[in-house]
Write a protein that binds this ligand. Structure first.
Ligand code: ZN
Ligand code: ZN
Length: 190
């Protein structure tokens, strides 16, 4: 499958709206910035945050990337809980079970992609990895509303929780999956 132009699956990330300092920000734009990420979980502002409004945005905006830094991304919308995929394709590609979260595409933006390469896993799915360090990063299904992200590539704290094991019907024969209270599916589930 041919690569999509620019490898940019989402809306342009407006750096000036999220980062202070060299990019600058107009004070009156803060309200609309908060509105634009209003899909996120909310809690009362702490004292520290009250004295530093940027602390609020840093909490809401998550970042991640590969092992060497040649691929970096920013997440500005809510991430889904983590699904562990035990299928043979994921096990080969990750070296073991795949752990995925996902975000609506407008909430995903690559901020560094010099290392990004794509592997056409099927006619409609491509897997993104770093060509410089080999990290597995993205699972991108054509036409899907969300971009799937390898959970291990997010910077801590991720705030993520586990949700399900899928494709247990084709898990490897070299490990067990104890009952950990998560949803269990023999095949795919969302
Ligand atoms: Zn890398
Ligand atoms: Zn899989």
């Amino acid at each position: 499958m041919p690569s999509r132009a620019g490898c940019n699956p989402g809306t342009r990330f407006d750096r000036s709206a999220f980062f202070p300092g060299p990019f600058g920000i107009r004070r009156r734009s803060l309200g609309s910035t908060l509105e634009s990420v209003s899909g996120l979980a909310w809690r009362p502002v702490t004292l520290e945050e009250a004295s530093d409004p940027w602390a609020i945005l840093r909490r809401m905006v998550k970042t991640g990337g590969c092992a060497c830094g040649a691929v970096r991304y920013v997440i500005t919308l809510e991430l889904t809980p983590v699904t562990f995929c035990h299928c043979s394709k994921c096990r080969r590609w990750h070296g073991h079970v795949g752990a995925y979260t996902a975000v609506d595409r407008p909430g995903f933006e690559l901020t560094e992609q010099r290392g990004l390469r794509w592997y056409a896993a099927s006619a409609t799915v491509r897997r993104g990895f770093c060509g410089e360090c080999g990290s597995s990063l993205l699972w991108d299904e054509e036409g899907a509303p969300k971009m799937s992200i390898c959970a291990g590539t997010l910077d801590a704290p991720t705030g993520l929780t586990p949700k399900a094991h899928i494709y247990l019907g084709s898990q490897g024969d070299y490990y067990e999956v104890p009952d950990d209270g998560l949803i269990r599916r023999e095949e795919f589930t969302r």
